[in-house]
Design a protein around this ligand. Sequence first.
Ligand code: SAM
Length: 198
Amino acid sequence: MADKKGLIYFEDGEVIAESGDVRVYLMNDELFLEIGPGHTLWALQSEITDYITQLSDLPNGDVLEIGLGLGIVSRYILTFSKVASLTTVELNPNVIATYNQIKDRLYDVNYLKATKDKQHIILNTDGLEYMFTTKYRYDFVFLDFYDRIDEDTMPLIKDMANGCRRVLKPGGVALGWMDPHTPEEFIKEFEAIFPIKN
Ligand SMILES: C[S@@+](CC[C@H](N)C(=O)[O-])C[C@H]1O[C@@H](n2cnc3c(N)ncnc32)[C@H](O)[C@@H]1O
């Protein structure tokens, strides 16, 4: 994946965090998260502008997030004054390990500042299992556990949406990350599911 200057993150970037087969690269002041042996890109810092638009003013109260990735969204959610707590569920322990290696660096990023003191619980488990077993309830749930929206990921997205209905407090809202690169045929299906309002 080349950027506007023709640079490729895994050739021209620097690995700044690594655990197992998870690597975080830095290139042109942007972070890139790669999981697995085949240079599969799972998250990039530049997506923050889309996240800001989609999350709008929804994060509030007790928030549940499924999928840590680079932790960009976690840290953005924690900047909301009306957010009391954030629980992030992440399946891959190596992703949590790389986040722990880069998290101090994120305090230097303008839109991720002023979050040091807020409670951030990171759990290493499967998001679906968590939602169907936890006794906790949430005001806002954000799903971002997929690297694309298509016929392979849609069944799990629907299962997770059902899990959201279980963990939302009355009046709570759940949103799934709408990847701007989603093929047209899946956009309608996705938009029929989210937002979920309890
Ligand atoms: C697209 S990334 C999340 C990007 C993140 N929003 C950020 O700010 O960088 C998706 C993450 O979800 C995790 N994941 C995948 N399946 C999961 C599951 N079933 N439960 C919890 N986390 C999962 C992946 O390991 C990956 O870290």
